[in-house]
Design a protein around this ligand. Structure first.
Ligand code: SF4
Length: 147
């Protein structure tokens, strides 16, 4: 069965900065996903060495900065590298990632002002996976994976 890397918070795992999950899919969507793919849950921020809960971060220029000013770029880069390592190790060519996250966001992310404003761009992990040729989907794209 084809493997699919998936942001762990989308499966109900409490890996988000606020200690919560983001289980946006219906039960039937999850069932269909598991019928079509072997799911590989992953959280790049945790694999990058950050605790949960944690201070939220946003991308500012070429750095990732916590709301309290801490530079966590290295953690984000490490999490992205671990995601790519897992994809290569397990032969994963598709990833389903959480929208707007500074790690997982695809196409739109928060703009670094910590006021909820979005800008064009990808999270650090999404960007690395895309550059490596992994097909990256966000949760709004679920129908492309299960349709
Ligand atoms: S880094 Fe990605 S997987 Fe982890 S909590 Fe944030 S959006 Fe979810």
């Amino acid at each position: 069965m084809e493997k699919l890397l998936i942001s762990s918070c989308l499966l109900g795992i409490s890996s988000r900065y606020d200690g919560k999950s983001k289980a946006v899919f219906s039960e039937s969507e999850i069932v269909t996903l598991t019928e079509k793919y072997e799911l590989v849950p992953f959280c790049p921020e945790i694999y990058g060495g950050l605790p949960t809960p944690r201070v939220p971060s946003e991308i500012i220029g070429d750095k990732v900065i916590m709301k309290d000013g801490t530079d966590v770029t290295e953690n984000y880069n490490k999490g992205a590298a671990e995601a790519l390592y897992l994809c290569r190790l397990l032969g994963i060519t598709k990833a389903l990632l959480k929208e707007r996250s500074p790690s997982c966001g695809v196409g739109k992310i928060y703009n670094g002002s910590f006021d909820g404003t979005l800008t064009d761009g990808n999270g650090v992990t999404a960007e690395l996976l895309l550059r490596a040729g992994i097909e990256v989907f966000c949760e709004s794209d679920i129908d492309k994976l299960i349709g």
